[in-house]
Design a protein around this ligand. Structure first.
Ligand code: SF4
Length: 215
């Protein structure tokens, strides 16, 4: 079957955006944080882990290591016990210490408000860099995690599995000033309704515009 035209996808995207705005008006990151440093570290820790598990660990972690300078002086083995309930905690302990050291060495201990500089940090890929830019600095960005990628494919907005390609396709469909919202709203919809294994199409507000709806 030929793919829907870009204008037709954009029209559907506008209707879906309106529906997401109705259902998730306050969509925002569910990672607890008080500043860009905490958000960066929490986002690195959240890879292949739940926000709940990260939020359970970060209060004690940030009490002990309140800023990049403090974390930079530690060793990964000292940090690991604070995050051991989070998946892949050993490699994440290495990454967050290495990231803190680079923040101190290259950015005066601050988180850079710059995509390329963020991407150069250990453990930081496009998704993490976009999350930080969007939530810490209010920059338009669409971070593609597992939920956003799944929703983009089910909604017929992308046929790709590579997050970078999904990001570009979503960015072409939604207004730039709504990118941050779209990212958060799709995550919430993926967590609450369009579940990975069993999407609740019967209870889905997006069903009238979704080519993957069942039933
Ligand atoms: S209709 Fe079904 S597949 Fe489409 S977004 Fe809703 S829950 Fe997901």
């Amino acid at each position: 079957m030929p793919r829907e035209s870009l204008p037709a996808r954009r029209r559907r995207a506008a209707q879906i955006l309106a529906e997401l705005e109705r259902h998730y008006p306050d969509a925002a990151t569910e990672l607890n944080h008080r500043n860009p440093f905490q958000l960066l570290i929490a986002t690195i820790l959240s890879a292949q882990a739940t926000d709940v598990s990260v939020n359970a660990a970060t209060p004690a972690l940030f009490a002990r290591y309140p800023d990049a300078a403090a974390l930079a002086q530690s060793m990964p083995a000292e940090v690991a016990p604070y995050i051991q309930r989070i998946g892949l905690y050993r490699s994440k302990a290495k990454n967050i210490v290495a990231t803190a050291r680079q923040l101190v060495a290259r950015h005066g201990g601050e988180v850079p408000d710059d995509f390329a500089a963020l991407l150069a940090l250990p453990g930081v890929g496009r998704k993490t860099a976009n999350v930080v830019l969007a939530n810490a600095f209010g920059r338009p960005a669409i971070a593609v995690d597992t939920h956003v990628g799944r929703l983009a494919r089910r909604l017929g907005f992308s046929q790709h599995h590579h997050p970078d390609k999904v990001e570009l396709e979503l960015a072409a469909l939604f207004p730039r000033e709504r990118w941050i919202f779209v990212h958060h709203a799709l995550i919430l919809h993926g967590r609450r309704v369009c579940l990975a294994r069993k999407p609740n199409c019967a209870g889905c507000a997006l069903a009238p515009w979704c080519p993957s709806r069942e039933g």
